[in-house]
Design a protein around this ligand. Sequence first.
Ligand SMILES: O=C(O)[C@H](O)[C@@H](O)[C@@H](O)C(=O)NO
Ligand SMILES: [Mg+2]
Length: 379
Amino acid sequence: MIERVEVRTFKTTAATSVDAEGHRHPAPEHEVVEALLEITDTDGVTGYCQVQPDQLRPAVLDKHVRPVLLGQDPWDRERLWRLLGRRQRGAHGGFTDRALGFVDQALWDLVARRAGLPAWKLAGGARDRIPAYASTMCGDTDGLATPGDYADFAKHLVSVGYRAIKLHTWMPPVPGAPSVPRDVEACQAVRDAVGPDVALMLDASHWYSRTEALRLGRALQELDFYWFEEPMEEASISSYRWLSEQLEIPVIGPEVAWGKHLTRAEWITAGACDILRAGPAGSGGITPVLKTVHLAESFNMDCEVHGNGAGSLTVLGATDAGRWYERGLLHPHVDFDRVPPHRNSIADPLDENGEVVLPLIPGIGDDWNFEHIGVHTLE
Ligand SMILES: O=C(O)[C@H](O)[C@@H](O)[C@@H](O)C(=O)NO
Ligand SMILES: [Mg+2]
């Protein structure tokens, strides 16, 4: 049975940081505090998930998570996930899909570690490797400052094996952002640089109106882009229906809209997207993303999993309704293969074919350095 639910914070280092709007950029290596959710059963087996402490606050653990989990069988993951999900109603926004996702991923990690299996095998075992697309960081003023920078970086990414590249272009607070003409220039420069055989996508990160999104989407069609992502606020399903009806290029979503697989069902029936999207980190965990993937399959739609990391690899190994693993966020000035002190290895090394081989260790696939974490634990 589940005996303990704790969040452990510890010191480590990072080589990236987020700006005022939450977009990640390169940074000089610096000390940071990270956190691990730990769910331990009576046999002393623990499941882990890295969390942002402000997204899984002590009050949420005390009021919602522990009352549901303590004393329960961790194998009853579906029943526990539904009980936790129903707690969101009474939490009045205090228990987010993101927080629920952390708990669900730690439960998957726990039962897979108990079984001595990779979670992706436990959840289905549809494939043991998957092509990755390079997901760039947002534009900035040093490294991804011009369309030429994106073109040069794209050529490098193809040279190391990527067969697909998604651009995040310039967003506030970068001066002059967002800008449809600059987005088009960057996409044109990348297409010119890599040629017609590399799949290209644009993630416009929700800054545009319908008319701006339509203008940008039409330009991407001319450049034969593979999908068009998040040009507008995703709360407006009718805006995405309006856009999807007018564009040939597949519109993908929703990424950040709340409501897990239920919201994604509404997007499908509203005709708001051509490719579905969900991720364990933002859409309530592995459990609801598996439901979303199965929903997409029922409509002959692809479901592209949002975000990198072990939870995403678990879903992608358990199903084949997603064609790509989102590897990133990448930048010319960031070594994405850097192993931070709190890990023994990264979960998603890229092979020479541009593919990620799914992790074979028991659990969702995180290889934690417990010696470092133990020594640098703060609480
Ligand atoms: O907002 C972010 O954290 C990033 O844009 C992130 O979601 C990025 O991974 C993304 O949009 N992928 O599609
Ligand atoms: Mg996105």
